[in-house]
Ligand binder design. Structure first.
Ligand SMILES: O=CC(=O)O
Length: 316
């Protein structure tokens, strides 16, 4: 029997889905991710496989996991996993293989539509009995005809491109890895052109040493004043103060954000005072359907390791 442990910050339903799709020959222990390091160490002492959501684990825990062979993330991001420690200890680490890409792509587009159509203000005005105020009809916009700039066109960015094409848009993208697994109609451009030409800049890169702080005041200054930013990736791709300043001063028109430098967002965060942002609580990757895909992918990858094959979608 191969033992797997799931450190879960999710609902019991997620653990149930993982248990239901578990192949024969495995046993699964579920443990809250909020538990202490000592408790985590005790739980993974005998485990060969570790499944994580959220993807957050450090050296102190890993170095005590003597039998651990593979860490399977249910997330796309891997920025809070100590990859160097895992590598040194001979453990592989794999992401969710794009299994939540449908959910994230849909939420990126939902955030954009919400901003352009001012849906939050519309809902508030109906409930408050002010009818259309402050939505005037000249401060709502169409996606049609706009240039969509994608930073990253992997599993998620590619799906955003495919879907937004149907909105009669022009797609441009910048991707260092030219990882165009999804077939879509778009033009590869330099980072500078991406910033200068995009009406909508949507971020779909993992947080790595290369992408951290990629956009500061200098980059934001290159953008059109009518441009909006959609971020369902990681907040740290932006310099926090520079983004807040660009939004506050209307240097750019708005942002739809699912990710923040501090989560949960603090009650005094400057973003909360702005009316040109739509904010969601890091839920873009979540959907009922995606949990089943993630669970199936996780077990298939774990079975590959048992069979002596390399796992797919390694974090790099
Ligand atoms: O943030 C969510 C993920 O990385 O999947």
């Amino acid at each position: 029997m191969h033992k797997a442990v799931f450190f879960s910050g999710q609902s019991e339903k997620v653990a149930e889905i993982l248990e239901q799709s578990m192949p024969e020959g495995f046993c699964l222990e579920v443990c809250p991710s909020s538990t202490s390091d000592d408790e985590k160490i005790a739980r993974i002492e005998e485990a060969e496989f570790l499944i994580l959501h959220p993807a957050d684990i450090d050296r102190n825990v890993l170095q005590n996991a003597k039998k651990l062979r593979h860490i399977q993330l249910l997330t796309a991001g891997y920025d809070k996993v100590d990859l160097a420690a895992a590598r040194e200890l001979g453990m592989t680490v794999a992401t969710n293989g794009g299994t939540n890409a449908w959910a994230v792509a849909e939420q990126a587009i939902a955030l954009l539509l919400c901003l352009y159509r001012r849906l939050v203000q519309c809902d508030t005005s109906v409930r408050a009995g002010t009818w259309r105020k402050p939505v005037s009809g000249t401060n709502t916009f169409e996606v049609a005809g706009k240039t969509i700039g994608l930073l990253g066109v992997g599993n998620i960015g590619g799906k955003v491109a495919q879907r937004l094409k149907a909105f009669e848009t022009r797609i441009i993208y910048f991707d260092r890895f030219k990882n165009t697994g999804n077939d879509f109609d778009g033009e590869s451009v330099s980072l500078e052109r991406l910033l200068r030409e995009s009406d909508v800049l949507s971020i779909h890169v993992p947080l790595t040493d290369e992408t951290r702080g990629m956009f500061g005041a200098e980059q934001l200054a290159m953008m059109k004043p009518t441009a909006v930013i959609i971020n369902t990736s990681r907040a740290e791709v932006f310099d926090e103060a520079a983004l807040l300043d660009a939004l506050r001063s209307r240097r750019i028109a708005g942002a739809g954000l699912d990710v923040f430098h501090r989560e949960p967002l603090r009650a005094d965060d400057g973003l909360l005072a702005l009316d040109n942002v739509v904010l969601t609580p890091h839920t873009a990757g979540h959907s009922y359907e995606a949990w089943f895909r993630r669970a199936d992918f996780a077990w298939q990858n774990i079975e590959r390791v048992v069979a002596g094959e390399a796992p797919l979608s390694l974090a790099r």
